[in-house]
Design a protein around this ligand. Structure first.
Ligand code: NAD
Length: 297
């Protein structure tokens, strides 16, 4: 079998188009564009790139982007004051504080200070709670993007065996919750799981969110499994190159011999994250304006 390559990049581009059209319609009706505020503290180069690309994507989707860049030594009080200002700003529908924060800032208390109705990253405990009891809130962008790819590929997930490898608050746990809501039979595996390969072998759906390059080979996979690879790992550079290749947690080529469908890295889950962030911001704008959220997003 040669697996179908799940083209997250193309799926994300279509989602961004739908969001952009819907944002334009919202602006027409509401007299203002949906707005996303992104806060970056410090100069982390990777975060800098993410924030810049989020800003560009926001503008391209007919939304307002508000970027707040603060020095690395910003105090917790100053950061909380900025979040409070954004919570009370009617032009701002979504607030995202780029993680990781410098060590002297407590991420949990900063996230807790964001209004849950503007928490488009879905990291606030209120939104984690809403997800776990089946209320509508905001779901973290990466797992929601994975779910969209799975629903597109497989349709009804009822009764399928799903194994999520990784139990982070940002990916693994919300991913498992979403799969459970879709009536899959869900196992969460992690660094202490015994016989991980044996557990993964049972799965019709494998979601890998570990951060270990090409950990999952073809021997771990059931024939015909659908594999969603969230991992983003940079290999050491080849001699003469300044950067190593990006790979996922799954050995793509060999897994493709066994799986029915698989996301590549890059070009799979990665592009979905920003597209879903824009989608969540659009949803926030509709909720904040008290108007119905459009279908099909
Ligand atoms: P994390 O470090 O918070 O969590 C990793 C999880 O993997 C932990 O729960 C741990 O128990 C588990 N784990 C570690 N070693 C293991 C092992 N040997 N066997 C089984 N499980 C093991 O990471 P995260 O934030 O959840 O991210 C996971 C990966 O996904 C990273 O590579 C990250 O870069 C990537 N990621 C990608 C996107 C995207 O947009 N595509 C978004 C978020 C994270």
């Amino acid at each position: 079998m040669t697996a179908t390559r799940i083209d997250g990049k193309a799926f994300a581009a279509k989602l961004r188009e739908r969001v952009g059209a819907s944002a334009a319609a919202f602006a027409e009706a509401a007299g203002r564009k949906p707005g996303l505020a992104v806060v970056l503290v410090g100069e982390d180069p990777a975060s800098n790139v993410y924030v810049r690309s989020k800003g560009k994507a926001t503008v391209a989707a007919n939304m307002e982007s508000f970027e707040h860049r603060l020095p690395a030594d910003t105090s917790e009080a100053d950061l909380l004051a900025l979040v409070d200002q954004l919570n009370n700003d009617d032009a701002v529908d979504g607030i995202l504080v780029q993680l990781p924060l410098p060590a002297h800032l407590d991420e949990q208390s900063i996230i807790a200070s964001i209004s849950p109705d503007k928490d488009v990253d879905g990291f606030h405990v209120i939104n984690a709670g809403r997800l776990s009891v089946g209320q509508s809130g905001f779901v973290p962008c990466t797992p929601l993007g994975c779910m969209m790819l799975l629903a597109d590929r497989l349709g009804d997930l009822s009764g399928l065996e799903a194994v999520v490898i990784g139990r982070s608050n940002i990916v693994g746990k919300p991913m498992a919750q979403l799969l459970l809501d879709a009536n899959a039979t869900v196992t969460i595996a992690h660094s202490r799981t015994k016989d991980l390969a044996g557990v993964v072998k049972r799965a019709d759906i494998v979601v890998a969110a570990v951060g270990r390059p090409e950990m999952i080979g073809k021997d771990w996979l059931k024939d015909g499994a659908t594999v969603i690879d969230v991992g983003i790992n940079r290999l050491p550079p080849e001699p003469g190159a300044d950067k190593g290749r990006l790979v996922g947690d799954v050995a793509f080529d060999e897994a493709s011999e066994v799986a029915a469908a698989i996301t590549p890295v890059p070009g799979g889950v990665g592009p979905m994250t920003i597209a879903v962030l824009l989608r969540n911001t659009l949803v926030a704008a509709h909720r904040n304006a008290g108007v119905a959220v459009p279908e099909g997003l």
